[in-house]
Design a protein around this ligand. Structure first.
Ligand SMILES: C[S@@+](CC[C@H](N)C(=O)[O-])C[C@H]1O[C@@H](n2cnc3c(N)ncnc32)[C@H](O)[C@@H]1O
Ligand SMILES: [Zn+2]
Length: 951
């Protein structure tokens, strides 16, 4: 029995941890979704500074607490300690049941969401003093009398160590990137320096603002009754045909709510376009018709279309300019905002700024370092943005420079008046405030006319070029630097509120996780959220901030800012642009980048093995997108001497809502737990010897989850079954086949998938499905496993491999599915069968199934054809059709129809037709032996509330 095996190996360990058994993953998934739902109410570290990947608190807490607590802590206690502390729970329900119930009934609530659940978002809650004592006691008992030290070696924006600190565990946070390292200082250390420094941050920030404002006043002239708040700019090129300076913008909307737009007007004899602010509805001008679309520009005077290459050529030769097209102003008395066209005075100021920026030697050379070429930085280069300063208009450059200089002016005073750690903290928060100002005020920050507001640069993880952009008046009251400062102070206060109580020893280090500054065996617990392939190019993107931060904080954290830009050599990402020169016929740059990433991850895992205590535990968190992730990470773990002991998917989708949404494309955060392998493998294990075992443990795990009272999504059952399979596989490493070739973890995972799939077939379908043609089997299994019409491509591919089919040919030749933004969308019968009421010649050639045929390639084709006939010609014709094709004595036809009845959601049109075929005249012909429960309606929420399965 796999369960025995599972227990056996955990017994060999000194203790067994909560994470190695069952976890309340459904409740935590719901809580994770709840945290993410409202973007203006996230944990404070999300607002401190741009960072490109942040883990949600509930999954993070589960990873940490699960890794340190013993398995005799029950789910309710765990959830309570995680901040899931409902005050309206019925005594007969567990907390997990309460959360699931509340999630299902959320749309029936009267009051606020937090009242419905009976507790605020869990990140805001904390165990009481006595609970904390109890928690620590439990942890100490498990870890030899001491609290274990928790390390996150790729800590990024710090979600993991922040939670570790809040639970008062000794915490170490390491990060390669200096920008993230500064963020870590601010999130983990500074909120806990002596005393509350919010007033200091505000005071010094206000002084900086005063100094800068005075110097910048002349560059933001305000008139009686109107202060400039923001400006709308376009980039420009010259029309190669008529010489007009073409202002480029994909549209000319200013405020969609108020129907306001800027209208470009070409005047006789002038090569510059003038603008007017208009109400779109009262004009014949359509603001949606911009001057640029798909990279091509159109001249508003001579209508010539300038192709993308010419646009880029002008940009690269330095001929792309900028032109102001609107000014957003505010009436200081009424706070009313309006837009106006640029005036002569605006243009004079622009000239004055340009003059100043060119003539002042400091300004003329500010940020003149080259932007290196790279995966994400190629885009700015395409548009002539060569140096960091090119990312800013002259006035944006002048403004940010002036604020920096003001910061430098107050820096010595801050140092004089405060002890060093406090001064460092104040300076850091002020520098982060300025970075926020930079993020919202550069040539890549665009105008959002739907709100209206300025978008920040990194609302996408790239440097995408913006044809038009917005400039912020940083000196404006309330919404300029005032706003930036306010929100920075607010973040500080919230961080302090959440973590100020903690005296946890904390160490932030900056460097490569493959070479950590810790002694052997120093760390008991690693919780890691590593970079994943090419998901985010952290270093390339963060250079945008690094060049400013280095100016601000180069003397505060000299050890962070030793190089010109951030470290790309040690960064563990798959960056193809780094292999441009050495890629050749044998290996593409993408392959080289992939290998490089994988070997870096192995080196990081090796290093974690070195610093980890032999009895320690290592929980890796990753976001599941591609199934390859499992293979890569497991291989790297095995090579670094780890044994995988558990896997838990924390998915944010409610299985009950999959049908309604029609899709199962939710991301799961996976927790994958490993331990150090005690003895070196000296023998090879034959795959044949463990194959059956990998299957058996997966099936047992699936059965255990499926039969538990919790309603798990089937995909999650598959992912959770990987744990026991990987445990068998990694313990027996290295595993070879009969030819002596090494077997990859993927093979074992495919075995687990097959085992769980068979379990589902046995449990939920008719045995006949096992004998179907593999194409029809794939279609039915997809509905069964994903419980939705739409689901991730990669999962679909693995399912196809499992039945020996090629997913792409199921699409091209058999048209069983189509693509929808990277997902698979299963086609219903209507999408696959030609119209029987038309002549063959007039039918859609795109539909593969001919309803007049006498034999069919797959049993699904035959059933779909029958559905079509039934649908368009009625029961009697369908009877004849089915009789002619011997459907009554065709076991494959019957098995397919029955399986579809079981897997399709009951509100699906195909289900209704299938039901009609299985009943009535045609039903008699088929003589199916069906359980009556097959026709029962899907449970609605009301039924569910009372059903035993849920409680
Ligand atoms: C997925 S992010 C971590 C996000 C973090 N858990 C959070 O919630 O903010 C991965 C991090 O690994 C860092 N990284 C990449 N290569 C590294 C290396 N060799 N050593 C240390 N950190 C590295 C990246 O800079 C990035 O911040
Ligand atoms: Zn022209």
């Amino acid at each position: 029995m796999s369960e025995e095996k599972h227990t056996e190996s955990t017994e060999e360990r000194k203790r067994s941890l909560k994470i190695q058994g069952e976890l309340p993953i459904r409740a935590v998934g719901i809580e994770t979704k709840r945290e993410r739902l409202n973007y203006s109410d996230l944990p404070p570290q999300n607002y401190i500074h741009v960072w490109f990947a942040r883990r949600p608190t509930p999954a993070t807490r589960l990873g940490i607490l699960g890794s340190v607590l013993p398995d005799d802590v029950n789910d309710d206690t765990l959830l309570q300690w995680m901040g899931i502390q409902p005050n309206n729970k019925k005594p007969e329900r567990s907390i997990a049941q309460h959360v699931r119930h509340k999630s299902r009934t959320e749309d029936q609530r009267d009051g606020f969401v937090y009242e419905h659940y009976g507790y605020r978002k869990s990140y805001k809650n904390h165990p009481s003093k006595s609970e904390m004592d109890e928690l620590h006691e439990k942890v100490k008992q498990t870890w030899g009398g001491e609290l274990p030290t928790i390390l996150d070696a790729t800590a990024g924006g710090g979600s993991i160590p922040f939670e570790s600190i809040r639970y008062e565990f000794p915490t170490k946070a390491n990060e390669l990137n200096p920008v993230a390292s500064v963020i870590l200082k601010a999130v983990l250390e500074h909120p806990r320096v002596d005393g509350d420094i919010s007033d200091d941050i505000r005071k010094w920030g206000s002084e900086i603002n005063e100094i800068a404002r005075n110097q910048l006043e002349e560059f933001f002239p305000s008139k009686q009754g109107e202060n400039p708040v923001a400006y709308q700019w376009s980039n420009t090129i010259t029309c190669p045909d008529c010489g007009l300076t073409i202002p480029l913008s994909p549209n000319w909307w200013l405020d969609k709510g108020k129907d306001l737009a800027a209208k470009p007007e070409v005047n006789d004899g002038e090569d510059i376009v003038e603008f007017q602010v208009i109400e779109a509805g009262k004009s014949d001008f359509n603001p949606t018709d911009g001057t640029v679309s798909y990279g091509k520009a159109e001249c508003p005077r001579c209508d010539v279309v300038v192709d993308g290459d010419e646009v880029k050529k002008q940009a690269q030769c330095g001929q792309m300019g900028i032109q102001l097209y609107s000014v957003w102003t505010e009436d200081p008395h009424s706070d009313n905002r309006s837009f106006r066209a640029p005036t002569k005075e605006d243009k004079q100021v622009i000239d004055k700024v340009a003059e100043k920026v060119n003539s002042d030697p400091d300004l003329a050379t500010l940020l003149n370092g080259e932007i290196p070429t790279g995966h994400k930085t190629d885009e700015p280069h395409r548009y002539g943005i060569e140096e960091w300063r090119d990312m800013f208009s002259p006035r944006q450059l002048l403004v940010h420079y002036t604020y920096w200089q003001a910061f430098e002016e107050v820096k010595p005073k801050i140092r004089d008046e405060n002890p060093e750690p406090v001064a460092d903290a104040i300076l850091t928060f002020l520098s982060l405030a300025s970075d926020k100002a930079v993020d919202y005020n550069n040539k890549l920050s665009s105008w959002d006319p739907s709100r209206p507001k300025i978008r920040n640069t990194f609302d996408r993880h790239d440097f995408s070029f913006k044809w038009s952009f917005a400039e912020n008046n940083l000196t404006a009251t309330d919404i300029g630097y005032d706003w930036v400062l306010d929100s920075t102070v607010e973040v500080y206060e919230e961080l302090r509120e959440l973590s100020g109580h903690s005296n946890a020893p904390t160490e932030v280090t900056q460097g490569d996780a493959a070479s950590l500054p810790f002694a052997d065996d120093e760390i008991e617990v690693v919780v890691l959220d590593p970079p994943y392939y090419d998901n985010v190019m952290y270093s390339e993107l963060s250079d945008f901030f690094y060049v400013w931060m280095k100016n601000y904080l180069g003397d505060v954290f000299p050890e962070f800012f030793t190089s010109e830009l951030t470290d790309k050599d040690s960064e563990a990402v798959a960056n193809p642009s780094r292999f441009e020169d050495i890629a050749g016929e044998n290996q593409s740059k993408a392959e080289l980048a992939k290998n490089d990433y994988e070997s870096k991850m192995t080196r990081i895992f090796d290093e974690l093995n070195r610093v980890m205590d032999d009895e320690g535990v290592f929980t890796l968190m990753f976001t599941h997108k591609k199934t390859d992730a499992w293979d890569t990470l497991t291989k790297a773990l095995i090579e670094a001497g780890f044994i995988v002991t558990a896997t838990h998917p924390v998915s944010t989708e409610n299985p009950n809502s999959l049908h309604q949404a029609g899709m199962n494309a939710a991301e799961s955060t996976i927790l994958l737990t490993s331990e150090i392998r005690k003895s070196d493998p000296d023998t090879y294990t034959l795959w044949d010897d463990i194959q059956a075992e990998t299957r058996r443990v997966a099936r047992n795990r699936a059965q255990q989850l499926d039969e538990s009272e919790v309603d798990f999504a089937k995909v999650d059952v598959i992912l959770a079954s990987f744990g026991p399979t990987l445990e068998v596989f990694t313990e027996k490493y290295p595993v070879v086949d009969d030819e002596g070739e090494e077997v990859s973890p993927q093979t074992a995972l495919d075995e687990a998938r097959a085992a769980v799939r068979d379990y589902f077939i046995d449990k939920y379908l008719n045995q006949g499905v096992h004998d179907l043609d593999p194409k029809s089997e794939w279609y039915i299994l997809s509905w069964l496993v994903f419980e939705a019409q739409r689901f991730p491509y990669d999962e679909a591919r693995r399912l196809a491999i499992g039945v020996g089919e090629d997913l792409d040919s199921l699409k091209k030749t058999h048209r069983m599915w189509r693509k929808r933004s990277g997902d698979v969308l299963l086609r219903p019968h209507g999408d696959r069968v030609q119209d029987a009421n038309k002549d063959r010649d007039n039918r859609s050639g795109r539909k593969p199934v001919d309803p007049d045929a006498l034999s069919f390639t797959t049993s699904l084709d035959k059933v779909h054809a029958a559905m079509h006939i039934y649908d368009v010609k009625g029961a009697t014709e369908a009877w004849n059709w089915m009789n002619d094709r011997n459907c009554g004595s065709d076991p494959a036809f019957k098995a397919t129809l029955e399986a579809l009845l079981r897997v399709l959601p009951h509100d699906h049109e195909d289900w209704n037709i299938a039901r009609d075929i299985a009943a009535g005249e045609t039903g008699e012909l088929l003589d199916l032996d069906l359980d009556t429960d097959i026709f029962q309606e899907d449970d609605d929420d009301e039924d569910r509330q009372g059903s035993l399965k849920d409680f």
